[in-house]
Design a protein around this ligand. Structure first.
Ligand SMILES: [Zn+2]
Ligand SMILES: [Zn+2]
Length: 264
């Protein structure tokens, strides 16, 4: 199986201490064939991640690792953007010249408030606010894939359990239809499979719904912040993708998507 991890952080992200070279070594150990680093980045001074990224250093690390591991591992330079539908000119100006391979779009904050705090203030209604913000993102942002589509549950599940798809079906269908129309993919983010809750982000229902609506672009990522957990639960996610009816997952180079066949 051609294993790919399309969501990984290193010390180029404010919330990770992982060394890129260590991540690559662990990935090779685990028979992963392709990795895309997706460091946090925001152009908004109010975002927690603001000011951490040094693109020169990041791309140098990528190139050094590419050279070192070229016979064993394909390495892609990606990025995970906070709220890329806001400050779009600023994002565009910064990112265009870098010619990155892959862009994940995330909602980590709503009105400059972290999701955890949004939940505290709005309780279960926080889900609706989150999905509405996500719809704004997918309508205009220049991204390749939506990261962890139902991220709010990471904060809400302890108190409220999983949300019912029925309750938010309308907005979720709108999000997925808009994504499909704009050629934007979704990911199976496996980080949730390591919690007691044991669910991917998004939940299987949503992955199936995306497929049923005609969505094809799917990536799989661990969202790991440590070398040891690179590729965590990747094989499980590959099986889920097949169960949901996908025959391919996607690889990106210079933002060009290539389907990779899922072996049966
Ligand atoms: Zn994220
Ligand atoms: Zn991430």
């Amino acid at each position: 199986m051609y294993l790919m991890d399309y969501h990984h952080h290193t010390n180029h992200s404010f919330d990770s201490k992982a060394i890129m070279e260590d991540v690559c070594i662990k990935a090779i150990d685990k028979q992963i064939k392709e990795i895309c680093f997706t460091e946090h980045f925001s152009v908004n001074p109010l975002a927690p991640t603001y000011g951490h990224m040094n693109f020169e250093k990041y791309l140098k690390d990528i190139n050094d690792c590419k050279e070192k591991f070229q016979d064993y591992l394909t390495i892609r330079a990606g990025i995970e953007l906070c709220e890329p539908h806001l400050l779009m000119d600023k994002y565009n100006k910064t990112l265009k010249p870098l010619n990155l391979d892959f862009i994940l779009g995330s909602i980590h904050n709503i009105n400059n408030q972290k999701l955890r705090l949004v939940l505290k203030e709005h309780h279960q209604n926080a889900y609706q606010l989150y999905f509405e913000e996500l719809y704004k993102m997918v309508s205009v942002a220049d991204i390749d894939v939506i990261a962890h589509l139902d991220l709010m549950k990471r904060y809400a599940y302890k108190e409220y359990g999983n949300y019912q798809l029925d309750e938010h079906q309308e907005i979720i269908v709108h999000i997925l239809q808009k994504a499909i129309e704009r050629n934007i993919g979704i990911e199976i983010n496996t980080s949730g499979l390591s919690w007691e809750f044991n669910t991917p982000l998004p939940s299987i229902d949503i992955i199936k719904l995306y497929k049923d609506l005609g969505g094809e672009i799917l990536t799989i990522g661990s969202d790991s912040h440590k070398a040891d957990s690179v590729g965590a639960n990747l094989r499980t996610a590959y099986e889920m993708a097949k169960e949901c009816g996908f025959n391919y997952i996607y690889s990106f180079e210079k933002r060009e998507a290539t389907p990779i066949k899922l072996c049966r």
